[in-house]
Design a protein around this ligand. Structure first.
Ligand code: SF4
Length: 567
């Protein structure tokens, strides 16, 4: 799926992860213990003032816990706006108090299936795009039993355009498993620990199903919720660190429990979780948060920091200093730093100290940097959550060969069952060059005719002489981790050629590169244009086919563009 079509953050980014290797960025294990400990303590009233934002760990205790009126306010806001984006998978909570137990079980079974599919689709794609996919999916397979009985090819075809096809495969595997399980009999489990045993269901999806369908007071954490909570808590911590994720999950847990306690208008934990997500995707957006319309503005640390003048904040006991937050980037030009860095009582360096710690910029500098009104507010609030500098992604240049027999058939091959675009069909492709992430990519060089002929011969045998090479064009495709440049060529064969018998059936591990030459391990077949059209392909490969068809419909033009380069 192209990066541009992905949501700002993928939900799975926030799944609890194994501890990262120790590095300067790794927080001490005590960070989450410190955070859990403050949840029972008094709430910190002081605001962490700019420029230093000096604060204790207690500062991150969610103010929502001591402001039930704000919890009620967010739930009431969600009640008003929940239908405004017309999401077909949203439906009233199935309240056990108002349903016959037998009918309730069947209704929950269906609702859990619907929520599950919607959440997996939404992890990759915008709401507006998902609507039509979800409706088509439910029309085709209205129950988990029907999905379990569907051929895999059909499931992959229904997923076409959503990207990350392995998720469709996992949904299908999970459906078969849940239907075959003698205890579950097609019903998804109700609790996150049990749900997470189902293939493809992580902590986020488990929390969503459990809270939305079964009304359990369990947390969820996706990109939207993480942004809202980071701002609510004033947490400026490495988003990739396990300690940060753990703290956000813990914060999400305590606030959903608080929401259950408040129960504004009979609202359920699922409604609270959806309210947080809705707030993150409509008001508390990454670049232009509408704080003036926000129902939980009064409990927002980031908002409070932005509206108070810069001053020297204080923590009475430096031993209490927050160990989670990183030094805060100040827009204010620092005055010369003190020669020695400030130290705590124990003599350790203070984590939150910045160049400007303990110094005070001139009034003029403050006004220049912080601007006024919304601009200054956005500039401050949008620093949360902390951003890491973007790493460059891996690049790959590959040859894509559309090989055509005189009878009008095209050679297709199937990718391995695991790895990039698992089990998808493609035109034979050969990796020409790669550059690892972080290195300077070499300019993509087109293949030579000798490379193209050698590749075709490796697929079809030496007798498969090409009558014509036609250069179709160069197509760029960006995955989340890979920038791919595809040099697309059509080879018209002079005579029909049969495929050599496959020498090995066994697949050799995951295909890391897009254009891995699959050698004689791949399943290959000839397919006419209609069969190519109907085949399950990735978006990039589909674009190669579209580009070829566009040239094929203008043969006069195509004939004028044979590739006459020397091998
Ligand atoms: S006040 Fe602004 S930054 Fe804080 S939660 Fe609301 S929209 Fe987000």
């Amino acid at each position: 799926m192209p990066v541009s079509k992905r949501r700002a953050s993928c939900a799975s980014d926030f799944s609890p992860s194994p501890p990262p290797p120790r590095s300067k960025k790794t927080k001490p294990a005590s960070a989450i213990a410190d955070f859990s400990a403050i949840l029972t303590g008094d709430t910190e009233d002081d605001v962490a003032l700019l420029p230093a934002r000096t604060h204790a760990i207690l500062y991150h205790k969610p103010l929502l816990l001591s402001r039930p009126q704000d919890v009620a306010s967010l739930l009431a806001w969600f009640e008003r706006v929940s239908d405004s984006r017309a999401m077909p998978w949203r439906a009233p909570f199935l309240d056990p108090a108002h349903h016959d137990p037998d009918k309730l079980k069947e209704a929950q079974k269906k609702r859990a299936y619907q929520v599950w599919i919607s959440e997996i689709m939404l992890q990759q794609t915008r709401v507006e795009t998902v609507k039509s996919y979800w409706l088509a999916w439910m029309a085709k397979w209205p129950s988990i039993h029907m999905l379990a009985a569907a051929p895999e090819e059909e499931v992959l075809a229904a997923w076409r355009g959503l990207g990350y096809y392995s998720r469709a495969t996992r949904i299908h595997t999970a459906a078969k498993q849940v239907v075959a399980d003698p205890e579950l009999q097609g019903s998804l489990p109700q609790t996150p620990p049990e749900l997470e045993k189902v293939p493809g269901i992580g902590a986020y999806t488990a929390g969503a199903i459990s809270s939305i369908v079964f009304g359990q007071a369990v947390p969820i954490l996706d990109g939207n919720v993480a942004r809202v909570l980071s701002r609510q808590l004033g947490l400026y911590a490495n988003p990739k660190a396990k300690a940060t994720t753990d703290v956000l999950w813990e914060a999400a847990r305590v606030v959903v429990e608080k929401a259950q306690e408040v129960k504004q208008g009979g609202a359920t934990p699922g409604q609270w979780n959806q309210a947080l997500m809705e707030l993150g995707s409509t008001l508390c957006t990454p670049l232009k948060p509408a704080c003036n319309e926000c129902p939980i503005r009064a409990s927002c640390r980031a908002h409070a920091e932005a509206t108070l003048p810069a001053s020297k904040g204080g923590v009475e006991d430096m031993e209490d200093l927050c160990k989670l937050c990183e030094p805060f980037p100040n827009d204010i030009k620092p005055e010369p730093a003190a020669k020695s860095e400030p130290k705590s009582k124990s003599g350790k360096k203070m984590r939150q100290a910045t160049l400007s710690f303990g110094t005070f910029p001139s009034t003029e500098a403050k006004e220049t940097a912080r601007g006024s009104g919304d601009e200054a507010l956005h500039a401050h609030v949008c620093k949360f959550p902390m951003k890491l500098s973007k790493k460059t992604i891996r690049t790959e240049s590959c040859l894509v060969c559309i090989i055509r027999r005189p009878a009008g058939e095209y050679l297709l091959e199937q990718r391995p069952a695991s790895g990039l675009l698992a089990s998808m069909w493609q035109f034979p492709s050969l990796t020409l060059s790669t550059t690892e992430a972080g290195s300077t990519p070499a300019p993509p060089t087109p293949p030579t005719l000798a490379q193209i002929d050698d590749f075709a011969a490796s697929l079809l045998g030496s007798k498969a002489a090409a009558q014509a090479h036609q250069r179709i064009g160069t197509i760029e495709h960006v995955f989340s981790h890979l920038h791919l440049t595809m040099h697309v060529y059509c080879l018209g064969l002079a005579k029909d050629v049969d495929l050599p018998a496959a020498k090995r059936k066994k697949e050799e591990g995951k295909a890391r590169n897009f254009g891995s030459s699959l050698g004689d391990t791949a399943t290959r077949r000839w397919a006419d244009a209609a069969a190519v059209e109907a085949e399950t392909m990735g978006t990039g490969m589909r674009n190669c086919w579209i580009a070829y068809q566009q040239q094929a419909t203008t043969p006069a033009q195509a004939k004028t563009k044979p590739d006459k380069r020397k091998a």
